[in-house]
Design a protein around this ligand. Structure first.
Ligand code: ADP
Ligand code: MG
Ligand code: MG
Length: 249
């Protein structure tokens, strides 16, 4: 299970998360919703270990491992995967090479055997078919010139191959049309399992029509200020975040 207790995170000198407490049991999908600037992306970065997002206080553990003590590669080896709100473009590196490198780095860190080129090709072909991705796209530099929907599908393809145990999806719905949203959500839903936990970060309720959360949390002013069932997302959609923002302040 994911256990976050009284987490404080600063970017530079600026405190962003200010005492965030949250638990996601294994097998559950929890949504984190909140206004722009609340610190949602900061939470994803802090859990995945992005440099510059410094935990100054509190704890965060995944299946008993202290995440804050691990470097980003070690966290990935423990199964932590962050799907970016704005996926990175990497000119010069074919998407397929990028994914294979990530997969083999994960295997090495776990003391497992690397995947051979032919075996990887088989894996990636099958996964791209499931996600209705054009296989030729995988030979192009990662995300360079990809549409918003293609970038998100690429993120889901990476997840399907890396098989993370803790998935953090940061505004996976942004920039997606309805068809892409459905395909991406199906890809995410296919990864639901009793051992896997998911943190679905979103500003809008729409995504949660497709990825049904067990619990919904409101992040405002750097803390979780309310939690509830899926109905909380509908209430937020109807009422907005104003009440929570002023209460948090
Ligand atoms: P959200 O994802 O909820 O919209 P963010 O986590 O992106 O919020 O940002 C929370 C706050 O932290 C915002 O005020 C933002 O401007 C600030 N912030 C985030 N990243 C940086 C950074 N790299 N440098 C300076 N400020 C940052
Ligand atoms: Mg934002
Ligand atoms: Mg964000």
């Amino acid at each position: 299970m994911l256990k976050i207790n009284n987490l404080h995170v600063s970017v530079g000198d600026k405190p962003i998360l200010k005492g965030l407490t949250l638990e996601v049991p294994a097998g559950e999908v929890h949504a984190v919703m909140g206004p722009n600037g609340a610190g949602k992306s900061t939470l994803g970065y802090a859990l995945s270990g992005r440099p510059g997002y410094e935990a100054t206080k509190g704890t965060a553990s995944w299946n008993g491992d202290d995440l804050l003590a691990l470097d980003p590669a070690e966290r990935a080896a423990k199964g932590v995967f962050l799907s970016f709100q704005y996926p990175l473009e990497i000119p010069g590196v074919p998407a397929m090479t990028f994914i294979r490198t990530a997969l083999n780095a994960q295997k090495r860190a776990r003391g497992e055997e690397e995947v051979s080129a032919p075996a990887f090709l088989k894996l990636v072909r099958a996964a791209s078919e499931r996600l209705k991705m054009n296989f030729e796209m995988l030979k192009r530099p990662l995300n360079v010139g990809f549409s918003g929907g293609e970038k998100k599908r690429m993120e889901i393809l990476q997840m399907a191959l890396l098989e993370p145990s803790l998935l953090i999806l940061d505004e996976t719905d942004s920039g997606l049309d309805i068809d892409a949203l459905r395909i991406v959500s199906e890809g995410v839903n296919a990864l639901r399992s009793p051992e896997r936990s998911m943190l679905v970060i979103t500003h809008y309720q729409r995504l949660l029509d497709y990825i049904k959360p067990d619990r919904v949390h409101v992040l405002a002013a750097g803390r979780i200020v309310a939690s509830g069932g899926p109905e909380l997302a509908l209430q937020l959609e109807a009422e907005g975040y104003d009440r929570y923002v002023s209460e948090a302040a």
